[in-house]
Write a protein that binds this ligand. Sequence first.
Ligand code: ZN
Length: 293
Amino acid sequence: MKIGIDVGGSHIGIGLLNDENKIVKKIEKDVTYEKETSESVIDYLEKNIDELGKENKIELIGIATPGNIKENVITNLVNLGLNELDLNHIINKYTGIPIKIKNDSKAAGLAENEYGALREYKDSVFLCLGTGIGSAVFLNNKLLIANKNTGFELGHMIINKGGIKCNCGKDGCFETYCSIKRFKEKIKDILEIDNCLSEELLKIIEKEINNDKVKEAINEYIENMIVGLSNIIDMFEPEAICLGGSFVFFKDIFYNKLISEMNKRRYVFNKDTIPKIVLATLKNDAGIIGAIL
Ligand SMILES: [Zn+2]
């Protein structure tokens, strides 16, 4: 058996996987990182690894996390509000078990590429639109990884010079316009609503769909998406782009309009290279499965 762990922007998922890499048991927790420290996250992970290890022989632990990974210490966790996550504690504790650590969006992309929406494509791009925008690029079914940091940070490609300030310190990054977090904040501002769950927000948006300001926010989101996607298409010429994260939850609002606007090919250089735009199918399981691949 293997353990896959996904430390996400608002949620930690821990899964027990069998030899076919199917999740047979899952433990999940929503997290607000203002209330957590690196130690409390590590404690939570160890408690659950111990629990799963009592009844099962664990051959591999995979951990997917945002940020940069250097000597098993994760830094640049810009969307988690933690300074760092030191995974050496886990590595030193479970010395007999191989441990894989990888970027969470790369992990989710690997899972979609192997078992989900991208399994029929060799050249593809996965975007995880949630708290930020994470990304994974595949050419000939191979995940591209840069040498020094993980690289291929498509969410931090600038689409508007001098634009909205990003958590990474730059201005105008793709994710400051097209993360689902940013879209939700904008809608909440327009409709003057306090914090509410995505389910409630979706219902409110559907009710207010003819409100001019809501329409404008949706159109603006789509316009920024096609700028970002067109840049990605001209860089990698993928056969498919997979949109994952909480974007999938809001798909009814965005998907059809996005496709029809993409088909106008306004911002692409090579007009014959519009890829299939598909939705992720593995949802929250993608990070857990990808962590052990
Ligand atoms: Zn950025």
